[in-house]
Design a protein around this ligand. Sequence first.
Ligand SMILES: [Zn+2]
Length: 309
Amino acid sequence: MIGDLPKKAAFKATRLTQTTFKIVEYNDIYSEHPFIYAKLFPALLLLLDTGCGGATNDPDVDLRQLRLFLETHPVDENSGEPLNKAGTKKYVVVCSHCHFDHILGVEQFSSDSLILASSHSPSFLSSKNIGKHSLCERLGILTPAYTPTLIDHLSYIAHVGVDTGMQVLHTPGHTPDELALWDETERMLYVGDTLYEWSPIIFPPQGSIVDWFASVDMLIRLVKRVQSMEPHGSLVKINSGHDTSMGDALNVLTASRSFINDVIGGKEKVKKKQEIQGVTIVYYERNDRRFSLRCPESLVEDARQKLHF
Ligand SMILES: [Zn+2]
């Protein structure tokens, strides 16, 4: 019977740990291929980001809603069960930042779930600015309607009586509202778009490389402290919003910092320069291509000036 055939979904879920899954929107029309993370508790599902809203290049895909995927789609690595079968678990949705490729699915949760975003710069997320800062206006797509609860640096996430043990870290840089999550129990760090490997680290005009260094230095200190307290424990893992997951956190953080430091210090040469809508965009790429950077030239100049390179 055709009605019983499993649907083809715009998402693929794989298990990372006992409680955590990575969900990839693998063929979206924006070529962003965002990573969404789901951490499962008995009565709660913590979702980090919501992807591009299911718009896919694949005409055979007939399951485009992230929430429907979570509640109905069998996941092999979850014993063939959906991650939140029949929607019995409540949701807390954390937005790593407001770029479109992380928030286009958020409306599916906005009426009955807790939606969290960084309290670092409320005006950046205001209803007046969100269309511009999410990049939805530039792409000519509707900005999702949602009103996040703003959460402070170092807060722990709890909802419906479940203490998730997940700590919020404000990590401005990529955007003012960028945040990271620290899962002490599983020694995992989730860094959104702050950094990743093998595709360009991007800064929009509202980003700041100066702030980025401060945020990355904070994350490096955290990982070093955790690993020094338990030197024979497992290494802290890093999970990004694209491309990198289950990486060695200290290695990925220090190596990407050193690449951006080489850019600001003039050791990396500009590979490409172009004018886009009146903004000069520069592109740098390390020879082995593990790290690259695309951002307005003004952000590089600003960092050189303020960091005294
Ligand atoms: Zn982004």
